[in-house]
Design a protein around this ligand. Structure first.
Ligand code: NAG
Ligand code: NAG
Ligand code: NAG
Ligand code: NAG
Ligand code: NAG
Length: 449
């Protein structure tokens, strides 16, 4: 009953899509149905493949010349093992699931979609996640090098699908544990590109990490003080939590990776119990991600699977335990050295919802301060500007050279769930170097003129 309406809706939209592709391109059809979706093989021998769903920009010039300059944004989810289809249908894709008034499932247009003016590609990463296929559990990556190797193959296969993709600037984004994926694929691309002929390079223009895990040893040390200062725990609990944190830090320093991950889990579950929150994604409430289960309902449907190019026998899980287990020992390994390389070679956006307790603003600032970067002090000294969207304070932006750091007010762990329109304004301005993300030297130049 619940999914019947969805199926009807999708079939209706598919119908529109088909008649419009036969006649003329329609913005509605492009929004409603992935422009392309299916599989990008990462291993021809075994058949393992990454599932993708691509939505072309809703607004773009009608000729190919200009479309060939329209940025492509690649979106990865974290976990490890959580599907990007949650990001698509619950956070920043063009259509989001919502319970309708009569308790049925509905897709509604997302005013904060990240494909308003950019092409938007969701990848279920790594293999074994969401609709992606791992031919054997052994083939699922157990470290970031293997994740990046597969992603690099998949991204190049995607670019090869359409000649117009080749010249488009690529931006890679992800949240939470995907902070590690984004850093690692960015690093891999920048290292591999010079070894390839120009025509085969990935046209990487920037990386964006939301509420990310990057330097876990540093980040895990910030929970107690943050929660105490918010009035969520008392001094005795703060001392207990600090003890758990230092256990995680010691195990990480010792390279006892699996136990270090368990120790971090102990920190988070202590905090969750102490605060009484259902999860640590927003200290104000336990709403996130309470309705994301609707995505699972949507993707159960054989018709929807068929529409997406997925075999009906695939069982969709929001997060895969098998993938999580494969990367268990990876979790506490830092990728800060990769970010230090990236910020010298491409532009980087770090953004966090202000109310997250899992991978918080202060947890990110704690490792930014440790970065080896010759102009770090300039960044730390830069003004934090008040960021307004439609005349209302949306958060704060601090920018210097290639690094931008944004705090999004009124948002938890998955920024677009809470502030879809502000998150869209942020990614658009950052990619297009507009507003507070403009190059300040350029602005001065214009004023002189
Ligand atoms: C593909 O699978 C084979 C067999 O498991 C393995 O030897 C090879 O390294 C894999 N290639 C990639 C790119 O993962
Ligand atoms: C087509 O491309 C040209 C060159 O980029 C551009 O000037 C023109 O505005 C485009 N036409 C449309 C309809 O967008
Ligand atoms: C635009 O590019 C596609 C291939 O990407 C091609 O099939 C089509 O003919 C091109 N259209 C124009 C107007 O050049
Ligand atoms: C890892 O830490 C645990 C304590 O949590 C300890 O029992 C175990 O011996 C350590 N393993 C290694 C390889 O150091
Ligand atoms: C920023 O990135 C560019 C490459 O896009 C690089 O040439 C420049 O040196 C970087 N700036 C700093 C301060 O690291």
């Amino acid at each position: 009953m619940e999914s019947k309406k969805t199926i009807n809706l999708l079939l209706f939209l598919t119908f529109l899509f088909h008649i419009h592709t036969l006649s003329s391109a329609s913005i509605l059809s492009k929004e409603a149905h992935p422009t392309k979706s299916g599989y990008l093989p990462v291993n021809a021998t075994t058949g393992s493949a990454i599932f993708y769903a691509f939505y072309e920009a809703q607004q773009h010039p009608t000729n190919n010349t200009s479309l060939s300059q329209t940025p492509l944004v690649i979106s990865l989810n974290g976990g490890p093992g959580c599907s990007s289809m949650t990001t698509n249908f619950y956070e920043l894709g063009p259509w989001r699931v919502a319970p309708s008034l009569n308790q049925n499932l509905e897709l509604q247009p997302n005013p904060g979609s990240w494909n308003r003016i950019f092409g938007l590609l969701f990848l279920d990463n790594p293999i074994g996640t969401g609709f992606s296929i791992a031919s054997t559990p052994e083939e699922i990556p157990t470290d970031q090098e293997a994740v990046a190797r597969h992603l690099f193959i998949a991204i190049r296969k995607f670019i090869a699908l359409d000649p117009s993709f080749k010249s488009r600037p690529i931006y890679i984004t992800g949240k939470s544990y995907a902070g590690k994926y984004v850093s690692s694929i960015g690093y891999y691309i920048l290292k591999r590109n010079p070894l390839l002929p120009l025509s085969q390079r990935v046209n990487l223009h920037g990386l964006a990490i939301g509420n990310g895990l990057v330097d876990p040893e540093t980040q895990v040390g910030t929970h107690a003080l943050q929660s105490y200062n918010l009035g969520l725990i008392n001094e005795k609990q703060k001392t207990q939590l600090e003890k758990l944190q230092s256990e995680a830090i010691q195990l990480t320093k010792a390279g006892n990776w699996s136990d270090a991950t368990d120790a971090r889990d102990n920190v988070l579950s202590f905090l969750q119990k102490a605060t009484g929150l259902a999860n640590l994604f927003d200290f104000r409430t336990d709403l996130d991600p309470s309705e994301s289960y609707l995505v699972v309902e949507l993707l159960k449907s054989p018709e929807v699977k068929r529409e997406l190019g997925v075999d009906e026998s695939m069982v969709y899980e929001m997060c895969s335990d098998v993938v999580r287990a494969a990367l268990h020992s990876d979790k506490m390994k830092s990728v800060r050295y990769k970010v230090e390389y990236l910020v010298k070679n491409t532009k980087l956006l770090l953004f966090e919802g202000q109310c997250d307790l899992q991978d918080s603003v202060v947890s990110v600032e704690s490792w930014i301060k440790k970065m080896k970067w010759e102009v770090l002090q300039k960044f730390l000294d830069a003004e934090r500007d008040v960021w307004n969207v439609n005349g209302v304070v949306a958060g704060y932006v601090q920018k210097s050279d290639n690094l931008s750091h944004v705090v999004v007010n009124g948002a938890g762990h998955s920024v677009s769930v809470y502030q879809p329109v502000n998150a869209q304004a942020m990614i658009e301005d950052w990619i297009l170097d507009r507003g507070l993300f403009a190059n300040k030297d350029t602005q001065n130049l214009f004023m002189d003129l």
